[in-house]
Design a protein around this ligand. Sequence first.
Ligand code: Q46
Ligand code: ZN
Ligand code: ZN
Length: 345
Amino acid sequence: MLYSLCLMSLDMMILLIFALEYKYQDRTRLRKGEKQMRKKSKCSMCKSKAFISLKYAGIRLCKEHFKTYFINRVAKTIKKYQMIKHNEKILIGVSGGKDSIAMLHALTEILKDTNELMAVHIDLGINEYSTKSREIFNQICSTIKIENKVISIKEKYGFTINEAVRKIRRPPCSICGLIKRRILNEYALEINADKIATGHTLDDEVTFLMLNYINGNINMLLKRKPHLPKIHEKLIARIKPLCEISDLETQIYCLINNLKYIEIPCPYAQDSPILKFKKIIMQLEEIRPGTKLSLLRNFTNKIYKALESHYSDKVDQKINECIKCGYPTSQDLCAFCRLKEKVLS
Ligand code: Q46
Ligand code: ZN
Ligand code: ZN
């Protein structure tokens, strides 16, 4: 869930989208095809002026139809990966970034009559970034009137992400990810939630897949599914309702729905290799629209199954329970308890 490369005004966004769309067409072709372009710039659904062109889907949409399209795509993803059943209690993790804000808004639209929803925000203690994220979370929760909770990691464990990063030689995002996963899971257990929804987008998923292909990390690849079911009594099932939606689409959804999201990047994001990989993946998508979706779907439908049947009995076999917290681990102490001990020592 890293923030997109830049944040811009709505007008700038429209210009960027159309600049990308016509980048490879020369002026003569554009003049010749003026009539055709006028026709093309109409919404594929209602023939009013198009606001966005989705090349991977071969459609152009006006603002209203983009809203409907986005909601329908999220609803379809939930159905396709059997993420949510009626009456289940869903805990929605919201960082305050565009992805999780768009997810919170869309899930409320889709599930408000069928499921119990609860939003949670983790205050990481990362200076102004955390203060602003918390404000944005409080604001959206009161606007859409959803039950919510803020958990401060300083209050819960006695240290902030800043303090953990200073003490431990490990990439900040890996420390932060481990702590966030644990807090979300603990809170989901406390409130008897059935699922935890996180705002991982198509770009996040594809970036993760690429990084782990490169490293040959089969163990991590086997943990990557849009819907990770409950495999231990202490681990709540996790779902990613935006796994087929791009970063750009979540940003546009927020902009046209006037949803505020955090506009300053996390200070640790710049050093993360994930941002560099995301840029490369965006270039691949430009060359061949639909690349990201193909990567994700082929992994989930074909490669994951092949890996599972060949490796699931060979990788990370030893499952103990942590002697301190009882969570599943391959060692005596789980990764979270080891991290906590180091930070507090
Ligand atoms: S908050 Fe945490 Fe992100 Fe900051 S330290 Fe990395 S993971 S970048 S969404
Ligand atoms: Zn339309
Ligand atoms: Zn533990």
